[in-house]
Design a protein around this ligand. Structure first.
Ligand code: MSP
Length: 677
């Protein structure tokens, strides 16, 4: 059996700052990596950032920065956050680094030399948000994320994905653990069975990417570039590929469920084409939801990890995410639930067990661990606790191996609960008041038993809460917890006479103000100038005679969503007005809507994202005259369907009595995405 273990996170896009959705994956991987090290495995843990592609190029343009400046900044933020959270990554790969670029080009050549790349022209729809080709007609939204797609007409290089369908299906059947959990595996099997089309793996209409070897007009498709990080970081294609030899194939690629297809279909196909070994397992978890929807920058509903670190510390976040969310399923985040869980399980649970047990040993035994006396009646209670601890150690192990972090922690905390009850029932404080030998011996047994259970829970919880458990460990007088071998963890290893360290509380109770403080800190962060607006993903057109455009010279209908209600004198307040999010957008695509004389379908660029808007201006404007024009839109309207097309926003136009609508515009040049206030 090999004694190595290689685990990876997805590499995160640098178009947005990190939030606790990203932290969730990274924390899960860190907990696994730490545990594997404590189990004696030679562990390699990789994370990093995904920095190429059209999405990043556009985000940089919108922020008025060069892509390299933006990527340096945001990649640095991810890394700084992981450092602050005590993430024990062994390597941090950036796809703009030279080592990565040369590795990707090498992989390309290897696939090409085996005959799996050919040139063809491509016309179809592309979703920039997902950096993915989608099989929908022009004007139709992305089936994955619902955002507008863009029509692409390019001569591209193609990968013969279709050649791998049979091998992939064999792989999924012969290695049931290749895709976990099973629901994702079934989805992938259904997808591959429905037929695989060859994949365009180069782009030639923008330049922010890795040049195709011998064809530098093209850049390599960002997903081929990104997936290769898992091997380029190990030195694949470089002079020193010793790490590749040692750690590849990966034991676990941990990902969110939305990128399963890239990891479970494209990635193994690329590797098969290149003749390289396949990863052992791809584990997809669910989404962290906030306010009922997936936490993401484009929805504007993110929670930053820093806020939680400032108020409750990294361990609280780590514990909460792994305990509260059933791994594999979606889970909701709320500050209330976080503080409640922190108080019940950490402040009152483990923290309280540690402080009361250690304080009593300090007081009654001058800070030295007493040994369960031979003479004292050894009751069935101690045997039961020892049996429970033994069961906890082995079950915890199995559950962790199956990525069932929540159940593993629940089990360990059942031991905390059992010891608490044991302490309450045995009243060591009352035993301490009696001077007879039997009471003294019994007191030693009760405190030893409690301290031993505390030691076991602390060791098991260390990969999840490294900082607090390290403190408890040293308060128990046991030195450096990272040296503990979990493989050899057994009941009864706590040594007689162990001198306790300085006893201090580890999880101070959080009061209600903690919730308010965190909420306030997050509110102050939104919406930042270059960030997406709160309801960006669900904005749409409103009712109205001009269908999808707001006439400037007449009052807006009170039924219109997101339009403030008037005060008694018919006026609105400045706060009401502030609710309407007006932004500058640039028309990228304009076309007539079939069967509707008045309607045009527009794709507009807001800087941070593309939108589809359906507007009643076809009689006033020929579609081709609009492309490139900067207009004003209401960006935070609920979506609305017009002729079966979803309209995500509404443009502003003057409505002239008996005349045609006239679009609002600017005399000076204004940047795309700028807000009007
Ligand atoms: N760059 C690609 C991945 C390339 S891997 C070769 C990408 N990046 S991303 O920045 O969008 O990060 C996606 C990953 O971040 C998800 O797969 C998941 O691991 C994590 N999450 C981001 N938001 C999340 C939630 N709201 N909930 C849970 N995980 C989330 O896709």
């Amino acid at each position: 059996m090999t004694n190595k273990f290689y685990i990876t996170t997805p590499i995160y896009y640098v178009n947005a700052r990190p939030h606790i959705g990203h932290a969730y994956t990274t924390i899960a991987c860190d907990a696994i990596a730490r545990r594997q090290r404590m189990m004696g495995f030679d562990t390699w843990f990789l994370t990093g950032t995904d920095e190429h592609g059209q999405k990043i190029q556009r985000a940089a343009e919108a922020a008025g920065k060069t892509p390299q400046v933006l990527t340096d900044e945001i990649s640095g933020e991810f890394r700084a956050l992981w450092d602050r959270m005590g993430i024990t990554y062994n390597d941090y790969i950036r796809t703009t680094s030279d080592r990565h670029k040369s590795g990707v080009q090498q992989l390309w050549k290897q696939i090409r030399d085996k005959g799996y790349i050919y040139k063809d022209s491509y016309t179809g729809q592309y979703c920039v948000f997902d950096e993915m080709y989608v099989e929908v007609g022009p004007g139709e939204p992305c089936p994955e994320c619902g955002r507008p797609t863009e029509t692409i007409k390019e001569e591209n290089l193609f990968f013969k994905l279709s050649a791998f369908a049979v091998q992939l299906l064999d792989l999924y059947t012969s290695q049931p653990d290749f895709i976990l959990p099973e629901t994702r595996r079934n989805e992938v099997i259904a997808f591959v069975r429905s037929g695989l089309r060859d994949l365009s793996i180069s782009r030639s209409t923008f330049s922010w990417g890795i040049p195709v070897p011998d064809d530098p007009k093209h850049v390599i498709y960002v997903w081929l570039d990104a997936l290769a990080n898992y091997i380029t970081a190990l030195g694949y294609g470089s002079a020193d590929d010793s790490k590749c030899k040692k750690y590849w194939p990966a034991d676990v690629h941990m990902i969110g469920k939305e990128i399963v297809r890239f990891h479970c279909v494209y990635w193994p196909a690329f590797l098969l084409a290149a003749g390289l070994p396949l990863p052992k397992s791809i584990v997809a978890h669910g989404w962290l939801l906030f306010e009922e929807s997936k936490m993401s920058k484009s929805r504007g509903n993110i929670v930053r990890a820093e806020t939680i670190l400032d108020v409750l510390g990294a361990d609280a976040l780590r514990y909460f995410l792994l305990r509260e969310v059933v791994f594999g399923q979606d889970g909701s985040f709320s500050f209330d639930a976080l503080v409640q869980r922190y108080n019940s399980d950490l402040a009152n649970g483990l923290g309280n067990l540690a402080s009361r047990t250690l304080a009593m040993i300090t007081r009654y035994f001058r800070g030295e661990v007493p040994y369960p006396s031979q003479k004292a009646a050894h009751t069935a209670e101690e045997d039961l606790l020892a049996a429970l601890a033994k069961h906890t150690i082995s079950e915890f192990h199995d559950l962790f191996e199956q990525y069932q972090f929540s159940r593993a922690l629940e089990l360990a905390w059942a031991l905390v609960g059992a010891v608490d009850k044991y302490i309450v029932e045995n009243e060591p404080w009352a035993l301490a008041e009696k001077q007879d030998e039997n009471s003294r011996a019994r007191l030693a047994t009760v405190l030893y038993t409690s301290a031993e259970a505390l030691r076991i829970v602390t060791a098991l919880a260390h990969p999840v809460m490294p900082e607090a458990t390290a403190k408890i460990w040293s308060q128990l007088g046991l030195g450096d917890i990272r040296k503990v071998s979990l493989e050899n963890l057994r009941w009864g290893q706590l040594q007689l006479g162990t001198k306790l360290g300085k006893v201090e509380p580890v999880f101070p109770r959080a009061d209600k103000s903690a919730i308010e403080r965190m909420q306030k800190m997050e509110e102050q962060q939104r919406p930042a100038a270059t960030e997406a607006p709160p309801s960006a993903a669900s904005a749409g057109a409103s009712e109205g005679a001009t269908q999808g455009s707001v006439p400037l010279n007449r009052p807006v209908s009170p039924e219109t969503p997101a339009v403030p209600t008037a005060t008694s004198d018919g006026k609105i307040t400045i706060d009401d007005f502030a609710k309407v999010e007006l932004r500058v957008a640039q028309v990228k695509v304009a076309e007539k809507v079939k069967g509707a004389d008045k309607l045009l379908r527009l794709e507009v660029d807001l800087g941070y994202e593309m939108r589809q808007i359906v507007a009643g201006i076809a009689e006033a404007y020929a579609p081709e005259t609009l492309v490139g024009r900067k207009i004003v839109i209401i960006a935070n309207l609920a979506p609305r369907k017009l002729r079966g097309l979803e309209s995500n926003g509404m443009l502003l136009a003057a409505s002239l009595e008996g005349g045609k609508p006239v679009l609002a515009g600017f005399l000076e040049d204004v940047p795309v995405g700028a807000r009007l206030k």
